[in-house]
Design a protein around this ligand. Structure first.
Ligand SMILES: [Fe+2]
Length: 283
């Protein structure tokens, strides 16, 4: 391999010896992609990619999703996450762009509101606050393996209801009339097969607000139990960003959440999210 892989604790890996802005040989790209699938999340320091380089790297994983959440983005395939307006001023807390960020403070997989959710996410730190703004990662594959066989049997075949409207309400962020706050419920298997590794993983998050065929009272304890297993502190990797960090994860078996931070400080992140090509397959 043309780079070094240093495992992080308890999950994930740091990749050393790659300068992605200078390009990446096909063989190294394939090794990088395999490493991400294997470890779930990888961290590369000191990359400092331009938006064009970031999008070009993303395109090697697949077609980037479009539909930026922030119209100021320098590229329609790059999601600009910032608390700073075009005029350089900190955005007010009730600005729609700020409210869209709030939902990311719940554990989630990217774009599970789509019938075909995202595969990889490439997240780069451009400006970071002095404290806060970390991202937490947990493995839904590890969570599946941590369940007892009886628990596994009890959830296999169930369908999770990914309900962004309810999730936004839960995290206190709604703006009436904004279509992104009013997405239809999407069904995905609660236990899935990873299309590349073939491994079984859970597919749950705090955006799964119910289970098909169950009342909320029946579904809630099951969903809470699954999440509790997944995000047990000893299973979570916490990443504190440095400027220039590029973090790439595989949404097909990882969940993550954002940590809030003091909005007096500026934070600018660039995000390219790769569209999936096939529906989620039940395991
Ligand atoms: Fe996310």
């Amino acid at each position: 391999m043309g780079f070094e892989v240093r495992p992080l604790a308890p999950i994930g890996a740091e990749i050393c010896g790659l300068a992605l802005g200078r390009g990446l040989a096909d063989a190294d790209f394939e090794d990088l992609r395999r490493t991400i699938v294997e470890h779930g999340v990888v961290v590369l320091h000191d990359q400092h990619l331009t938006p064009a380089q970031h999008v070009a790297l993303g395109r090697r994983f697949g077609e980037p999703e479009r539909g930026a959440f922030n119209e100021d983005t320098p590229d329609p395939e790059l999601i600009l996450l910032t608390n700073r307006g075009r005029d350089g001023q900190i955005l007010p807390a009730d600005d729609v762009r700020m409210r869209l960020v709030n939902i990311n403070e719940g554990w989630h997989t990217d774009s599970s509101f789509r019938p075909i959710p995202a595969t990889f996410s490439l997240f780069a730190a451009v400006v970071v606050p002095p404290v806060g703004g970390d991202t937490f990662f947990a493995s839904l594959r590890v969570a599946w393996e941590a369940l007892t066989p009886t628990e596994q049997d009890s959830v296999r075949g169930l369908v999770g209801l990914h309900d962004y409207k309810k999730a936004f309400l839960r995290f206190g962020s709604t703006v009436p009339g904004n279509p992104i706050f009013d997405l239809p419920v999407v069904r995905h298997p609660l236990v899935r097969r990873h299309p590349e590794s073939g491994e079984t993983t859970l597919y749950t998050s705090e955006h799964v607000m119910g289970i098909e065929g169950m009342t909320d009272d029946e579904a809630r304890p099951i969903l809470e139990r699954l999440l509790r297993v997944a995000i047990a502190p000893e299973r979570v990797y916490r990443h504190t960003f440095r400027v220039g960090d590029l973090v790439i994860w595989d949404n097909r078996h990882m969940i993550h959440r954002a940590q809030g931070f003091d909005q007096e400080h500026v934070r600018v992140m660039h995000h390219v999210r790769i569209a999936g090509t096939e529906p989620v397959v039940a395991a």
